[in-house]
Design a protein around this ligand. Structure first.
Ligand SMILES: CC(C)(COP(=O)([O-])OP(=O)([O-])OC[C@H]1O[C@@H](n2cnc3c(N)ncnc32)[C@H](O)[C@@H]1OP(=O)([O-])[O-])[C@@H](O)C(=O)NCCC(=O)NCCSC(=O)C[C@@](C)(O)CC(=O)[O-]
Length: 335
């Protein structure tokens, strides 16, 4: 039995292991958002070739879903203004999905020229954030996103939906789960195959995530949901554990913990992909991800940006452990 498939000894993780899985190991689908959500907040423009190299390194580590660009207005987010160049020059690895973020039909028409298979639409869960991020009300945002979803589905593309500010909003404060469930339902009705619940400013706790899950699961099945936690208050992993206990199997994360939103000041990066993979190793999950290569990808972008990684695992591993199995052993406390 490999270290990756071995049930671990902590009681909470063992119960999760037993509850979530019918097979030998938990299956968690990782949806990487670093090249988009991670980089969009960087003030200094990251050249197209660096973005492409980062995406290639993440794919080489075994991540199968990598949100690679957005086609938003360059006046609003300049960092993402090279979406066409990224998507036209990006080599596609077999079996890897490269979705892009789309705000409106104009962005969709541009993206459509770039050999894309999946788009993500992103209404806000609060009025204040919708006005700042999309320059329109939640209702108007949903109307525009429906136009995008209708067209994408007609063109044979997959559509993913985000709801942002699912727990708290930097402008409106705490957000009621009922409203988030309603938007989730509307996105499902539009034909989204999955809805990612975004704690955009990272204020959620295991308690607020549980309340949110109970409400949203009245309109969606667990396999129609994904969890997207920013780690501003250091709660992302405990929030994730709370969400996984409801049977959610898709998790968004960002290489090196990069991220933030230009319209949510003070929000930090997403849950780091390296930390997520280490956490999943600990649960005995078979992620098919090579954490050593992932750590290299994280270091590549942190070095380029000239700042320390926000992944605790990347920092802790240092240069001490060189192989996938070494790290898996530490994560399962089996040394
Ligand atoms: C929605 C808009 C476009 C409205 O922006 P607007 O200014 O209201 O748009 P408009 O329709 O009035 O058009 C104004 C100008 O923008 C142009 N324009 C309009 N659309 C596009 C486009 N797609 N691509 C290129 N150009 C565009 C349009 O052609 C026009 O050009 P002009 O005639 O002045 O020369 C703008 O507010 C926008 O781009 N917002 C996106 C902001 C953003 O990217 N935020 C970060 C992503 S969301 C996020 O991070 C949260 C998430 C998803 O990760 C979940 C979580 O973390 O929880």
């Amino acid at each position: 039995m490999s270290h990756l498939t071995k049930p671990i000894k902590f009681r909470v993780a063992k119960s999760l292991y037993q509850r979530c899985l019918s097979t030998a190991a938990p299956q968690v689908r990782i949806y990487e958002v670093g090249p988009r959500d991670g980089l969009q907040n960087e003030a200094k423009f990251v050249p197209t070739e660096v973005k492409i190299e980062l995406i290639n390194k993440i794919a080489a580590a075994g991540i199968k879903n990598i949100e690679s660009a957005s086609f938003v207005s360059p006046k609003w987010v300049k960092q993402m203004s090279d979406g066409v160049e990224v998507m036209k020059n990006l080599p596609r690895a077999p079996g890897v999905n490269y979705p892009v973020l789309i705000p409106n039909l104009k962005g969709y028409d541009t993206a459509k020229q770039c050999n894309i298979e999946e788009v993500a639409i992103f209404p806000a869960g609060s009025e204040g954030f919708s006005q700042k991020n999309l320059n329109c009300s939640v209702e108007e945002g949903l109307r525009r996103f429906k136009l995008v979803a209708d067209q994408a589905i007609k063109d044979g593309l997959r559509v993913r939906g985000y709801v942002s500010c699912v727990v708290g909003c930097p402008y409106d404060g705490p957000i009621r789960p009922k409203g988030i469930a309603k938007i989730t339902e509307q996105l499902l009705e539009m034909g989204c195959y999955e809805i990612s619940l975004g704690d955009t400013i990272g204020v959620g706790t295991a308690g607020s995530v549980r309340r949110l899950m109970r409400e949203v699961l009245t309109v969606a099945k667990p396999d129609q949901l994904a969890l997207h936690f920013h780690d501003t208050y250091g709660q992302a992993l405990s929030n994730l554990l709370a969400g996984l206990e409801f049977g959610i199997k898709t998790v968004d994360s960002s290489i090196s913990g990069l991220g933030g939103c230009p319209y949510a000041h003070g929000a930090s990066g997403n849950l780091a992909t390296e930390d997520l993979v280490y956490f999943l190793y600990g649960l005995g999950a078979n992620t098919d991800v090579d954490l050593v290569k992932l750590i290299e990808a994280g270091r590549y972008i942190s070095n380029y940006l000239g700042k320390p990684t926000d992944s605790k695992v990347n920092r802790a591993i240092g240069d001490r452990f060189k192989t996938h199995n070494d790290i898996a052993k530490i994560a399962s406390c089996d040394i």
